[in-house]
Design a protein around this ligand. Sequence first.
Ligand SMILES: Nc1ncnc2c1ncn2[C@@H]1O[C@H](COP(=O)(O)OP(=O)(O)OP(=O)(O)O)[C@@H](O)[C@H]1O
Ligand SMILES: [Mg+2]
Length: 248
Amino acid sequence: MKSKLVVEHLNLWFGSKQVLKDINIEFEENKVTALIGPSGCGKSTLLRSFNRMHDLYPEARIEGHIRLDEREIYQKDIEVTDLRKRIGMVFQKANPFPKSIYDNITYGLKINNLTADKATVQKALEEAYIWDEVKDDLKKPATRLSGGQQQRLCIARTVALRPEVILMDEPCSALDPVSTLKIEELIHHLKKNYTIVIVTHNMQQAQRVADKTVFMYLGEIIEQGDTQQIFNSPQHETTRNYIHGHFG
Ligand SMILES: Nc1ncnc2c1ncn2[C@@H]1O[C@H](COP(=O)(O)OP(=O)(O)OP(=O)(O)O)[C@@H](O)[C@H]1O
Ligand SMILES: [Mg+2]
């Protein structure tokens, strides 16, 4: 099994506060990995380090290694825009541009000098399971879509750029159960083409979508492995307590 993204001895500080402590993970290609753990344990911080979102915060300091296909992503010669094209991100709250559905897809394509024709737009919308719902309304504002549709549009916008890795930070936390299940089905189908890392507070969701699960607590990885193993026979008491809802 090929490791697409490898994290080795990663430490991260905001000012003097250490938020990530000696993180080691290998994300396998074409698998879904769930990051779970109580609020504030560092899940989003870890996810954001994979596409260098912390570059914007002068108080953030990172040590250690993150490699995409064996290349250090924090090396000086890495273009951050190119990295973010290869490692796409979907956020907790759907954030479509205040533009038409069609232009939401073409915008990123144009910025990246990629073909932005109708066929490409259709393909991205089909891949994100939203084409049938919007095909007659492509010129309508994206903000008129439901929350679940907006989130699938944001996923379409991400896959349009043909990334290799897709990061999702609680992509369903603002959605109803039906929209949530649609996104979960979509994740299942996307992993054929992409390597996916998803942060979730929903233990059922982690078990439904993830091949691998990483449990974090206070900035450290307590335990990681196959999702079934983590949920059925956790090795650590903290993991057991968390997945049984005793805290978090
Ligand atoms: N830009 C920042 N500056 C300073 N501290 C930060 C910054 N971003 C996050 N933190 C701190 O880092 C720690 C980890 O935060 P993070 O957002 O990664 O947690 P999380 O596991 O994603 O939590 P949640 O489940 O609530 O989203 C927290 O203590 C938070 O206050
Ligand atoms: Mg978070």
